[in-house]
Design a protein around this ligand. Structure first.
Ligand code: SAH
Length: 515
């Protein structure tokens, strides 16, 4: 065993050793946007290097199959190379592709999806529709989380974590965040300096202010400021509120202004990397703000999931709606529904939409969003999709069917148990929205081995300057005859009766145990 390890180490070192200075041609880019070069057949990954660059680099680490190197000098820049707009682009962990032209970012993202579909899913020669590009790939994010800390000299700072670390890169003027953040964050920092309110220190779990969280309703012009604190209250909260309300916050477009509608504290006293605690205290206004996508108003609280790029979200949801191709009579299951954003978008054109979501607060938000927008044809189920859907299918003795199923899972994709049930529900179409092309390709293969075929695929750029890519695709059911279409019926009330009964039984049991 020891021998094998030593062999592996040596074979890595055959091409180069740690601290070697080498000249490299960058020929490709890896999954996280890093440059890839071959040195005598041996693969090296180089952060911030770009296809077409010729660089002088220093080898940092090697193993059997690949190694890492760091740029010392760019000898010949790639034709795709541009000057990053942000002075801390390289240190900050937020953006990975600012040095790459936006056109090349888009082409690379499309290629990433195509290559996963082919390598992992075995879908070769897929013709993708053109990527949904951003009009302006800057200042787009509607949610920011600034860690607060001190610099080497002890001065209070806020910014973003450096890649893969927790050291804070000072920056309150991020070029992918909404421009209002600068004034909000500087106002909070000045308040903390004036009243000697300490930043949280994660090493010894002391201090108070951990993060400054902001959210903006791009369409409504409403803004939220939430301080995540290691405590239960903040001194001089009234003064903080007045200072924040006195801020003159400008929007992205000339003449547009924003109004702070919510100032909150989020209590997080745990020794944890998780940013938000469970409890929210309101200092001013509501515990939420509102935003609109298309014609639908959504309520967003500090804890709810909401897409971060409103311009692209609209394009993404329009594509989902187009792919779902609803005629008005369909029963739709929207799995991983969050606060019901896609569910309500589809409910505009469907007979009935059932959403399933694991986070209880998101389900409450989804129900509230349905109510406020006067939808009566939506129902939400709380729980893991891979548990709720198979359970309901079993209880219905196989009569639970759907015309269209939408899937929008987190990066790890869908559980096979869920996909198996989805296939049994025999939907005419499955629309899959994915934030990870690798797990998407895996899940598509599963579905296509069970009677579905991939019809349309389109990537969407939700994260300009970052390496993530969103994809939407639609699968058609090869076995379902056109006549079967629109004959699906489900008894949602019955399912709710069962769930209510189970809940009542559980509560009664808990009550009798606590006596
Ligand atoms: N469709 C929504 C949310 C997509 S994000 C939108 O566009 O806004 C993925 C969602 O899946 C999150 O809300 C997350 O809480 C939820 N989720 C994660 N694991 C889940 C599971 N096993 N079952 C159901 N929902 C889950």
């Amino acid at each position: 065993m020891a021998d094998k390890k030593e062999k592996e180490r040596l074979s890595g070192q055959a091409a180069c050793r740690k601290n070697d200075v080498v000249i490299l041609e960058i020929t490709d880019m890896g999954a996280e946007g890093e440059g890839i070069a071959k040195l005598n057949g041996y693969t090296l990954f180089i952060k911030d290097a770009l296809t077409g660059d010729r660089i002088k680099a220093c080898v940092m680490k090697t193993n059997k199959y690949f190694g890492y190197a760091r740029i010392l000098e760019i000898l010949e820049p790639s034709p795709y190379r541009v000057e990053p707009r942000c002075p801390v682009a390289r240190q900050c962990g937020g953006c990975q592709l600012q040095h790459c032209s936006y056109e090349k970012q888009l082409a690379w993202k499309e290629e990433k999806v195509r290559s996963c579909l082919s390598r992992i899913g075995g879908f070769h020669n897929v013709v993708m529709e053109p990527i949904l590009a951003m009009d302006k790939p800057y200042y787009y994010r509607n949610k920011a989380q600034f860690p607060v800390g001190v610099d080497k000299g002890g001065a209070l700072i806020a910014g973003f974590y450096a890649g893969r670390t927790h050291s804070i890169i000072k920056n309150t003027n991020c070029i992918i965040q909404h421009p209002c953040n600068h004034e909000i964050v500087e106002t909070v920092l000045q308040f903390m300096r004036d009243y000697k309110i300490p930043a949280y220190n994660e090493k010894n779990h002391t201090g108070l202010v951990r993060h400054i969280l902001t959210r903006v309703g791009e369409d409504t012009g409403e803004a939220m400021v939430c301080l995540v604190i290691n405590g239960t209250f903040i001194p001089e909260a009234g003064e903080l509120t007045s200072r924040l309300l006195a801020c003159h916050l400008t929007g992205k477009d000339v003449g547009q202004s924003l109004a702070i509608k919510s100032i909150c504290l989020n209590i997080n006293r745990e020794k944890t990397n998780v940013i938000l605690g469970k409890k929210v205290k309101v200092l001013y206004g509501n515990p939420f703000i509102e935003d609109k996508i298309g014609d639908i108003v959504y309520r967003i609280s500090p804890l709810s999931f909401y897409q971060v790029n409103p311009e692209q979200t609209k394009k993404l949801y329009d594509t989902v709606l187009e792919y779902a191709d609803l005629q008005g009579q369909e029963v739709v299951w929207d799995l991983y529904c969050g606060i019901g954003t896609i569910s309500l978008f589809l409910a505009q054109k469907a007979k009935k939409v059932c959403g399933v979501e694991i986070v209880p607060q998101a389900v409450r938000d989804a129900e509230e969003n349905a109510r406020r927008n006067h939808f009566t044809n939506v129902e939400f189920f709380e729980g893991a999709a891979e548990e709720i859907v198979p359970e309901q299918y079993q209880k219905s003795n196989g009569s639970l069917k759907a015309d269209v199923v939408t899937l929008d899972p987190p990066r790890k994709g869908c559980d096979a148990k869920l996909l198996e049930t989805v296939v049994s529900m025999e939907p005419e179409r499955i629309v899959y929205v994915s934030c990870d092309p690798a797990t998407l390709a895996r899940d598509l293969r599963y579905l296509c081995d069970r009677g579905y075929e991939l019809k349309r695929v389109r990537a969407c750029d939700m994260f300009g300057m970052g390496y993530h890519v969103e994809t939407v695709c639609v699968l058609g059911n090869k076995n379902r005859k056109p006549d079967d279409y629109l004959k699906v019926n489900i008894d949602v009330d019955k399912i709710h009766d069962i769930l209510d009964q189970e809940k009542a039984e559980k509560e009664a049991k808990e009550k009798s145990q606590s006596k």
